[in-house]
Design a protein around this ligand. Structure first.
Ligand code: ZN
Ligand code: ZN
Length: 334
């Protein structure tokens, strides 16, 4: 099969992904083989390629927002069936037995594996997934539209909930820093729930996209709207944004950090944090987050804005993402 593979950690400007002919993987017990149709491009793929995550498995095929059809099932698999359309997400597998799994916090599992980081992902014609960890994809979405829902969408949804917006909240004010793939989906859920969204981005095109999607205000990262915000989500991987966000956050408000990697957070003046303001990270997601999100996404229905690349253009897609040159979400068509 054709696959884009990473042999050596490198800045994406060096175009480190190599398009090769690789052996087609075989599904083991409780696994399925998926014929990949499209794979979304996520900032985490950049962190994998550029070596910003704590562990590295090489060589690796990145990509963890896979939409495809089940080609073959391994022993013990009753669902999904051959021919079903499925989404293969970031969370590849958990152990189901550690203290976090037992408490319903499988996103924090001690022995979790992750698609496109610790096991091969979807920048390829075929990928193997755990049957119990894939999602059925609502009919409302084409393959291309659905791909960004799988990580940008689900993580954005969990970030929204952890920031304190857990359901319909008319009149609440949410700030979003960094207006890429996750933000352009999260804003649609927030608007659906009656939330006023304030978008912060260094990029004028991203501010325009935010306004087009219903943001009541859009400004630069250091701008301060005339009102304080109930909740903030920071999707951009820049630690100094925590300070900017604390300045616009109400007493008792919460900032959720949506990325897996962030540059160092500068020292925080305690007066900025005082009055019970909360700063918390968002780590992965549970399968229930995914099911909840996909149901809401189909109800709305969410419109994803995608920019399509060929598999041979994977390096170009990631370069574009790194340099804010993607409007909405990048998706690789296999
Ligand atoms: Zn576990
Ligand atoms: Zn991701």
């Amino acid at each position: 099969m054709k696959a884009c593979i990473l042999h050596t950690i490198s800045p994406i400007e060096n175009n480190p992904l190599e398009l090769i002919e690789a052996p087609q993987p075989q599904p083991g017990e409780n696994q399925i083989l998926v014929k990949v149709s499209v794979c979304g491009v996520c900032r985490t793929d950049l962190h994998v390629i550029e070596g910003e995550l704590p562990r590295q498995v090489l060589p690796i095929i990145p990509g963890h927002q896979i939409i495809g059809r089940v080609e073959q099932v391994g022993a013990g698999v009753t669902r999904p069936k051959v021919g079903d359309r499925v989404g293969v997400p970031w969370l590849h597998q958990t152990d189901g037995v550690c203290e976090y799994c037992r408490e319903g916090k499988e996103n924090l599992c001690e022995n979790a594996t992750f698609t496109g980081w610790l096991v091969n992902g979807g920048y390829a014609e075929y990928a193997v997934a755990q049957a119990d960890f894939v999602y059925p994809i609502p009919e409302a979405f084409s393959d291309e539209e659905a791909a960004p829902l799988l990580c940008a969408g689900i993580i954005g949804f969990r970030s929204l909930r952890l920031s304190g917006i857990t359901g319909p909240s008319p009149g609440k004010r949410l700030g979003i820093y960094g207006f890429g793939a996750a933000a352009h989906i999260a804003i649609q859920v927030a608007r659906h729930w009656g939330v006023d969204v304030y978008a912060f981005s260094r990029d004028a095109r991203h501010r325009q996209l935010a306004r087009d999607l219903g943001a009541v205000w859009a400004g630069g990262s250091d701008d301060e709207p005339s009102v304080k915000l109930d909740s903030v989500i920071i999707f951009a991987p820049a630690g100094e944004l925590v300070i900017s966000a604390l300045k616009v956050l109400k007493k008792g408000g919460c900032i959720a950090l949506g990325g897996i990697h962030m540059s160092q957070i500068p020292p925080i003046d305690y007066q900025l944090l005082y009055y019970e303001r909360v700063v918390r990270s968002v780590a992965n997601n549970t399968r229930q987050d995914g099911l909840d999100f996909l149901r809401v996404a189909a109800e709305i229905p969410i419109k994803t804005q995608v920019q399509i690349f060929d598999l041979a253009e994977a390096n170009a897609a990631l370069n574009a993402l790194k340099h804010d040159a993607v409007s909405g979400a990048a998706v690789i068509r296999i």
